[in-house]
Design a protein around this ligand. Structure first.
Ligand code: GLN
Length: 393
């Protein structure tokens, strides 16, 4: 038997798994992997329990239960003025990660190229590789501004898809209308399909507005809009995500989904349909809570001596630790976790360009204010103790 090297070897260990394990081993406060340490709304859990008790325990329809597809379509109409057909244009997935994966499998041929703005979410590159496609990172410019020249340089006649994430993990960037419009014109003129990951759509701060790419003129036809209930309802473990796309694209991604997971737990879909139907008043409350968490974490990190990149959206914050005398993100995050007792993600994990992001750490603020305050007490030691001395010092 000949065992070939696995093509996924370069992606062997997810940085989130690695840092959460390190946090646990050292009893560190876990600001690395992005999951809330508080419960989502009770009524959603009650609805799931009731659905299980009522016998919704067998396979769901592959595309998702009609109630959830209708709830998503109605929400897209109320909030964004889009009117997808719940029958043909909304599909439920096991989380946004599976939606991105199945979309890439469904729409790519071997040899196609998939572009993504760098920094990018870790599962995008292996998803492209599994489709036999080539993954190419397109650097954002300074301050993570859109660099159209970099985008133009990256494109070839094999470019099939562009992945966009707004609000963006890990930068906290919210793509504004002018940037979206430049990307839209670029993609329309070249026939490139946009996959847009909008899972942080409700987490935007200081009055910033989330604009779905599919609402831009001409973009509905060539956009797959992906979102999830995980972040909005603080239930990342349920993995209920969805994609909205015109039938020409939706058909291909439904076929992929059919053979990847087939379907998503019915009772949980049922509970999330209810949640989406009644939540328009909840979104501003969620935003205000997250704004308070963001502002607290920013003041904590600044007081500890880091240079913070203030996020306009999502629940992550990048911070430059060089003022503290460190210059390598993996070394800094290891020190922070083992010696200070707070875990963060080394940001280079989100970059493909060698050396990029290695001066940054990513901190999650989807945590109770009390957790963040406790982390603040620990982080206040950073200013006093500085980096560990090497033998050469
Ligand atoms: N989305 C989460 C993050 O960015 C990680 C989820 C995972 O571990 N796959 O931290």
């Amino acid at each position: 038997m000949r065992i070939l090297p696995c093509k996924l070897e370069p992606y062997a260990i997810s940085v989130f798994t690695e840092m959460s394990a390190m946090a646990q081993q050292h009893g560190a406060i876990n600001l690395s992997q992005g999951f809330p340490d508080f419960e989502g709304p009770d009524f959603i859990v009650d609805a799931a329990v009731a659905a299980m008790r009522a016998g919704l325990n067998q396979y769901a329809p592959s595309h998702g239960i009609p109630e959830l597809r209708k709830a998503v379509a109605a929400k897209m109409e109320r909030l964004y003025g889009l009117s997808p057909d719940p029958q043909e244009e909304v599909t439920v997935f096991s989380g946004a990660t599976e939606a991105i994966f199945s979309t890439i499998q469904g729409l790519c041929q071997a040899g196609d190229e998939v572009l993504a703005f760098e920094p990018f979410y870790d599962s995008c590159a292996p998803a492209a590789v599994m489709a036999g496609a080539e993954f190419k990172a397109v650097s954002l410019g300074s301050g993570f501004a859109l660099d159209m020249e970099a985008l133009e340089r990256s494109v070839t006649d094999r470019t099939r898809l562009l992945l966009l994430n707004t609000p963006m993990n890990p930068t906290g960037k919210v793509f504004h209308e002018a940037e979206l419009s430049a990307i839209a014109q670029f993609c329309i003129s070249r026939g490139i399909i946009v996959i847009t990951d909008e899972v942080y759509e409700h987490l935007v701060f200081n009055g910033a507005r989330h604009v779905p790419m599919a609402t831009l003129p001409g973009m509905w036809e060539q956009t797959v809009t992906i979102s999830s209930t995980a972040k909005t309802f603080s239930m990342t473990g349920w993995k209920i995500g969805y994609a909205v796309a015109p039938p020409a694209l939706g058909r291909a991604i439904r076929m992929a989904h059919h053979y990847v997971t087939f379907c998503t737990p019915a009772a949980l879909q049922h509970a999330m349909a209810l949640a989406i139907d009644v939540s328009d008043d909840y979104y501003p409350v969620l935003r205000a809570q997250y704004q308070a968490r963001r502002d607290l974490l920013r003041s904590i990190l600044e007081a500890a001596g880091l240079d913070v990149v203030t996020p306009e959206g999502c629940y992550f914050m990048l911070a430059d630790f060089r003022p503290l005398g460190f210059d390598d993100d993996r070394e800094f995050c290891r020190f922070l976790t083992t010696e200070i007792g707070v875990a963060a993600i080394p940001a280079s994990a989100f970059f493909q360009t060698p050396g990029a992001g290695s001066h940054l750490a990513r901190f999650a603020f989807c945590k109770d204010l009390e957790t963040l305050k406790k982390a603040g007490e620990r982080l206040s030691r950073l200013n006093r103790i500085g980096p560990p001395k090497t033998e050469l010092d």
